[in-house]
Design a binder for this molecule. Structure first.
Ligand SMILES: CC(C)(COP(=O)(O)OP(=O)(O)OC[C@H]1O[C@@H](n2cnc3c(N)ncnc32)[C@H](O)[C@@H]1OP(=O)(O)O)[C@@H](O)C(=O)NCCC(=O)NCCS
Length: 310
């Protein structure tokens, strides 16, 4: 049986995934972070923690997202799947596979056109469940490859969410390739994730974005910090000079925070600017659920940015 996890079940799931996705947090802080994210207003109706129960016992769990996408001009609904987990003693009995099939079936019945996940394990496992790989590339850029800052830019602040969403959405206007829609939800949810993570780590408002604003156009980038990298979750601009200003701002951010490289997935306007290499993890995988809908085939390009990584 598949159902939403309740209090103690959620805690058991969070304890299980802590060593894998804990980001260096201790148990108590990780629990607090995950609980707050799951209970956040942004999570409502869009983010669930689902468990697979056999004989009343929780044997596997996952995160299920209600995602909105578009492909060839058509709006689509997707089941997004993350953090699939079976406790080590219960592995290799088919629990995760049974849970994935049940979750996919539930969302298909609710009108989902496809399921999307980012695989960190051998993709053959998900291929056997009906998924195929999409183009999965990344860019890693050092400060020397970025322009010296020119023009005016500033750190994003609380209240900038709508403006940034507008800049991201404008850049995707008319996009026919498969990608998640830029209606603001993904940005707000990921920002909530960054804020709750910062809170769990005991720091205040995280540095989460840059805005380039000038007469020559606007640009925006949403960022987060890795150990050695500044990760660009999404970036967009309205003119060449706004792009140069934004790239300069990101260079400034790298130098100021002593990070070595800018890391991002080449999607949207970030595509084609820098050398790309294949990703070794977070491989994008799609399972079509509605044969009448056009979706990208095996290896086909997709406009998925780090912002979409769930
Ligand atoms: C992946 C995972 C959820 C599978 O759970 P499970 O209940 O054992 O899954 P099933 O019984 O349905 O399938 C077992 C299959 O998983 C696959 N599998 C498990 N871990 C794998 C890994 N690290 N790499 C590749 N395949 C893996 C194998 O094909 C295995 O089949 P086998 O027993 O014939 O070798 C479980 O191993 C787990 O929780 N791992 C840690 C979290 C994780 O990596 N999740 C996936 C993130 S994309």
């Amino acid at each position: 049986m598949l159902r939403d996890l309740t209090g103690e079940e959620r805690a058991a799931y969070f304890r299980g995934i802590l060593p894998i996705w804990g980001g260096g947090l201790g148990d108590e802080r990780f629990q607090q972070f995950q609980r707050r994210l799951a209970d956040a207003p942004e999570a409502q109706d869009r983010y669930r923690l689902l468990g697979w129960f056999e004989g009343g016992a929780l044997v596997a769990a996952l995160k299920a997202y209600d995602l909105h996408a578009s492909c060839a001009g058509r709006r689509l609904r997707l089941l997004g799947i993350g953090a699939v987990f079976t406790p080590p003693p219960l592995r290799r009995r088919g629990h995760a596979a049974a849970m994935l099939r049940a979750a996919i079936e539930e969302y298909r019945q609710r009108g989902a056109h496809a399921a999307l996940l980012f695989s960190d394990i051998d993709v053959g496992y998900y291929e056997r469940l009906g998924f195929h790989q999409l183009e999965s590339r990344e860019c890693s850029v050092d400060a020397a490859s970025l322009p010296v800052p020119r023009g005016s830019f500033r750190a994003a602040m609380a209240g900038d969410e709508d403006r940034m969403s507008e800049i991201f959405a404008a850049a995707r206007d008319g996009e026919r390739r498969f990608g998640l829609v830029r209606d603001g939800w993904t940005l707000r949810f990921q920002l909530r994730r960054l804020r709750e993570l910062a809170r769990a780590r005991g720091v205040g408002e995280p540095e989460w974005g840059v805005l380039a604003e000038g007469r020559g156009g606007d640009g925006a980038a949403m960022i987060r910090f890795g150990r050695d990298t500044v990760d660009v979750l999404e970036a967009a601009w309205s003119s060449d000079s706004a792009r140069e200003c934004l790239m300069g701002a990101l260079r400034d951010c790298l130098l100021r925070t002593a990070r070595l490289r800018l890391r991002f997935w080449p999607a949207g306007q970030l595509r084609g600017l820098f050398r790309e290499t294949s990703r070794g993890s977070a491989i994008a995988m799609l399972a079509p659920l509605d044969p009448s809908v056009h979706l990208p085939g095996r290896g086909a390009p997709a406009e998925l940015a780090l912002l979409d990584h769930i």
